[in-house]
Design a protein around this ligand. Structure first.
Ligand code: HEC
Length: 193
């Protein structure tokens, strides 16, 4: 039992602080880099959203989420070996569906939030090794902010609702309350050593 506990702690599964400074400098550098990427991604997206909503209301801002978010994600998925994206336990675009690891981390975020942990600094990092390749994975929780509610909240205007429904046939991303977990930024970095 003690050994299992030790292993769980080693892999960060039970660690109270899921991203703590480790003995792996590669991992530490990856975490720093990931935090910077998320900050830039979130900032760009929010700026673009705010500008579009101000210009023509939320309906006008749909293309920002639809086209600009993936575009920003693509831009940030440089250099080769890095991918940056957004995912959620309740998705709007099926292209953003979580893989198995991401789904388990989203579950973990929901549990941690239910236990009272603040979403603002909630993150998770893991090193996956297979076939001699090291893949670092990172996720950071995205809280639902005020500006998000017009398109992800409980009362969405009829014109907006129609626009969303026409583009996203199986939209699950509504009904979120202020401060709730909306999803997560997700970053993967693979290197060949
Ligand atoms: C103008 C409407 C609008 C607003 C405002 C908006 N979103 Fe979205 N959101 C969308 C659309 C449309 C998509 C689908 C984007 C795509 O096709 O990749 C989306 C997708 C997402 C996704 C990716 C996962 C998924 O469900 O496909 C996340 C995470 C997300 N939004 C979070 C937020 C957050 C956080 C805010 C507030 C800062 C926000 N959104 C504000 C319309 C909006």
């Amino acid at each position: 039992m003690r050994k299992i506990l030790f292993l769980l702690l080693t892999f960060g599964i039970l660690a109270p602080e899921s991203v703590s400074a480790g003995e792996d400098p590669g991992r530490d550098a990856f975490v720093q880099e990931s935090r910077a990427i998320v900050k830039a991604f979130a900032g760009k997206l929010k700026g673009a959203l705010q500008a579009a909503i101000q210009e023509g209301g939320p309906v006008h801002a749909i293309p920002v989420c639809n086209a600009e978010a993936p575009e920003i994600a693509r831009e940030m998925s440089q250099p080769a070996g890095r991918t940056v994206g957004r995912t959620s336990h309740k998705i709007r675009n099926p292209g953003n569906a979580p893989d198995e690891w991401e789904a388990s981390v989203l579950d973990e975020f929901l549990r941690r939030a239910a236990a009272g942990e603040k979403l603002g600094a909630m993150e998770r990092v893991e090193l996956v090794e297979s076939n001699g390749r090291r893949t670092y994975r990172y996720m950071k929780a995205i809280p639902t902010g005020e500006i998000c509610l017009s398109c992800h909240g409980s009362s969405i205007g009829p014109e907006l609702k129609a626009t969303i429904d026409s583009r996203y046939l199986e939209d699950q991303a509504t009904g979120f309350a202020l401060g709730e977990l909306r999803g997560a930024f997700t970053i993967t970095k693979t290197s060949a050593n």
